[in-house]
Design a protein around this ligand. Structure first.
Ligand code: RP5
Length: 171
């Protein structure tokens, strides 16, 4: 049986600095991924071929990130029935153009759209891991542990803030 993995497509290498946030989360969770620069508009034939090949090789979730008229996630979704997560990127108009292009899919070809930019890149990776963890209990534990670590981090930041306020003589 093929090893499950996540496939990340981005429309341009100019998207890479943001999409590295997805790589970091997937690495941290120990979930294998492949990443490609492939565009719905500039390389439509190669994008479709990669999606079909990746699905055959065991891809469980696709993440597609693009800016401007961001049709990449929709184009991926048109060629697979695996879950497709779209990350709109801010290449123009603060990313609102990409958000609407990603999220406004016609009924029957769904794309799960995340937030614009780095937050969306991170959450796409977390959500991909949560989807794969439905059938991988070890991964599910790593996702739960990571969530608990985040909680601990925020509580530590709150404790620090309370100390700073106390030092100012607050309350
Ligand atoms: C989109 O156009 C890409 O995803 C990128 O966000 C934007 C600009 O691409 P480049 O001109 O930087 O290659 O297709």
């Amino acid at each position: 049986m093929s090893t499950p993995f996540v496939a990340i497509l981005m429309g341009s290498d100019s998207d890479l600095p943001v999409m590295e946030a997805s790589f970091d989360v997937l690495d941290k969770l120990g979930l294998r991924f492949e990443a490609r620069v492939l565009s719905a508009h500039r390389t439509p034939v190669q994008a479709k071929a990669f999606v079909q090949d990746a699905e055959e090789r065991g891809c469980q979730v696709f993440i597609a990130a693009a800016g401007m008229a961001a049709h990449l996630a929709g184009a991926v979704a048109a060629n697979t029935v695996k879950p497709v997560l779209g990350v709109p990127l801010s290449a123009s108009l603060d990313g609102l153009d990409a958000l609407l292009s990603t999220v406004q899919m016609p009924p029957g070809i769904p794309v799960g759209s995340l937030a614009i930019g780095k937050a969306g890149a991170k959450n796409a990776a977390y959500l991909a891991a949560q989807i794969v963890s439905l059938v991988d209990s070890d991964l599910a534990k790593r996702v739960r542990d990571e969530r608990a670590d985040n909680t601990t981090d925020v509580l530590a930041k709150d404790a620090k803030l309370q100390e700073q306020l106390a030092a100012r003589g607050n309350g």
